[in-house]
Design a protein around this ligand. Structure first.
Ligand SMILES: O=C([O-])CC(=O)C(=O)O
Ligand SMILES: [Mg+2]
Length: 568
């Protein structure tokens, strides 16, 4: 139908599509920017209004329309429609206005996008693999439109951000994540494929909503679920042996189970476990530039000991060991609090991922507790005196005023990361954290927050979001031709972002590079990840100049290219 362009160049795109077929192809449509000559050759006269415009003009027009809507959800729907109409323009708007658009195409608005996905579904994008179609997976994947696919993001919609089970509406997440692969790391849209494993939903509201677009059935679980996922993964490996498969927003036990099961069978990672961990590590390392307390002296309390909490703890543990502690010492620095309170040795239901982080009963035996039979977050903060408090609980407001004030009594510069998404699920707002700590907290949030004004000071709020990590990891994997994704690749990704922190040169600077630098961040992450992949023996070795060339050759810029007609 058309040939993929050489991404780094402006060489012409060759296609045999003309007329209506050309302008309705999102990846080829240029709207009114088709030139007079192209209108002749591709028979577009009459289909388009006579005005011949430029991409700059189109960007301005779309922004004006977008800004006139009343709600962010409407802006989300408008942008999704633009993406499905003119992909080049969509990315051009996104990249030039990251600050404004990222919160619309991604967290937090994508959460509402998933909740209301059934209302705005219009055109196919990506694939719904529904349980009743389980015998057709190979046939569905075989479509030649997907021949170029190199990156897949898959979700089963069960734990969408902190919003729980959204069933098939969860498709908003793979679409949003892949928009960032293209927006941040320049991976061409045709190399990406969003997939939703539609295995039912236990969300009653969805099941009873006549508009619901998914398979109307409660979730498949147990062996049936595992067989279905196995069928999916093996079909993916068969179709694209070298694809990168990113797992996104699977519920706790499935997330870590699937990662463990598949990480040695294909090139794969779980973003909520590994990506979130890497950016938490970056932000902590940046905060250390400010507080001066070395990593080896930190005590870390984590609220939420699911896959994200355990992923963060495992990566931080590695970074601490790297910084000189032995593993035994490092483990003692972690205090993981879940539904039943602090994780303690001998507790029932401890998962394998939690096991390294249970505290010894000895440690807590002299603690003063609010209630004798459960050790809650406040007890941990009062007794263990953590220097770092991380929230991945999905519980709005869980960092209460007493908890935060207690922490601020014990540490000069409390490092506090309420990471739950979207904004409505944040464990505390930055405004609260600043007030309760008298402006001393070093903050990283999962969702974007506006700057906080407190007395005569302005605090910019850093978004400790995996969007700093996963697009660059993807680009690095593609550039290196990596066969597997190792933990060390995420560790270096985290370190590279920390190295780009403004705090490296300015102790009063922001913790993370601003969002409008995400393209540069992703390229730096890609480079480090690719070099680490080579060091770990999961990619062929090449010199760094060659690697840089390979990265450049992948990165696609959203510009209109000239078209050449191929006569069949
Ligand atoms: O999507 C985001 O903003 C970060 C993330 O992976 C999640 O919260 O599940
Ligand atoms: Mg996620």
């Amino acid at each position: 139908m058309y040939e993929l362009p050489a991404f780094g160049s402006d060489s012409p795109i060759r296609t045999h599509l003309t007329g209506y077929d050309l302008v309705t192809k999102p990846m080829l449509n240029k709207g009114m920017a088709f030139s007079e000559r192209e209108r002749d050759v591709f028979r577009l006269h009459g289909l388009l209004p006579p005005h011949i415009g430029t991409i700059d003009e189109q960007i301005e027009r779309r922004l004006r329309v977008m800004r006139a809507f009343n709600t962010d959800f409407e802006r989300y729907a408008f942008l999704r429609d633009l993406q499905d109409t003119n992909e080049t323009l969509f990315y051009a708007v996104l990249i030039r206005h990251f600050d404004e658009l990222l919160p619309l195409v991604y967290t937090p608005t994508v959460g509402e996008g998933c909740q209301h996905f059934s209302e705005i579904w219009r055109k196919p994008r990506g694939l719904f693999l529904s349980y009743p179609n389980r015998h057709r997976i190979r046939e569905i994947l075989s479509d030649s439109r997907f021949d170029h696919v190199r990156v897949i993001v898959v979700s089963d919609g069960e734990r969408i951000l902190g919003l729980g089970d959204q069933g098939a509406g969860g498709m908003g997440i793979p679409i949003g994540k892949l928009s960032l692969y293209t927006g941040c790391a320049g991976i061409h849209p045709d190399l990406t494929l969003p997939i939703l494993l539609d295995v039912g939903t236990n969300n009653h509201e969805r099941l009873t909503n006549p508009l619901y677009i998914g398979w109307r059935h409660e979730r498949i679980v147990g062996a049936e679920y595992d067989v279905f996922v196995e069928e999916f993964v093996s079909a993916v490996i068969e179709r694209w042996p070298n694809v990168l498969l990113q797992w996104e927003d699977f519920a706790g036990s499935n997330a870590s189970r699937m990662l463990a099961k598949y990480r040695d069978r294909l090139c794969t990672f779980n973003d909520d476990i590994q990506g979130t961990a890497a950016i938490a590590a970056s932000t902590l390392l940046a905060a250390i530039n400010v507080t001066g307390i070395p990593l080896t002296h930190q005590r870390i309390a984590v609220l939420g000991a699911g896959s994200a909490g355990c992923g963060i703890s495992s990566l931080l543990l590695r970074v601490m060991v790297d910084a000189g502690l032995n593993e035994e010492q490092a483990r003692k620095a972690f205090f993981l609090v879940d539904r039943n309170g602090l994780l303690l040795e001998g507790m029932e239901g401890i998962t394998p991922a939690q096991t390294p982080f249970v505290q010894q009963r000895d440690v807590v035996k002299d603690w003063s507790l609010g209630k004798p039979d459960q050790i809650g977050l406040f007890d941990v903060v009062r007794n263990a005196k953590p220097t770092v408090l991380i929230g991945v609980s999905g519980q709005t407001g869980a960092f209460t005023e007493p908890v935060v004030r207690e922490m601020a009594q014990n540490v000069e510069r409390p490092v506090i990361f309420p990471l739950s998404n979207p904004t409505s699920r944040s464990e505390a707002t930055p405004q609260q954290l600043i007030e309760w700590t008298d402006g001393r907290a070093l903050i990283g949030t999962g969702s974007p927050f506006a700057p906080v004004q407190w007395h005569d000071r302005r605090f910019d709020i850093d978004q400790t979001n995996n969007s700093y990590i996963f697009p660059g990891v993807g680009l690095g994997v593609l550039a290196a031709g990596a066969k597997r994704v190792t933990d060390a690749m995420f560790m270096v990704a985290g370190k590279v972002v920390a190295d780009m922190s403004p705090t490296v040169s300015d102790p009063h600077g922001r913790l993370l590079p601003p969002v409008d630098q995400l393209r540069a961040v992703s390229v730096a992450v890609a480079r480090a990840v690719a070099i680490q992949a080579q060091a770990d023996g999961v990619a062929d070795v090449c010199d760094e100049a060659t690697l840089d060339k390979r990265i450049q050759a992948i990165v696609w810029e959203p510009r209109y290219r000239p078209y050449e007609l191929v006569v069949a």
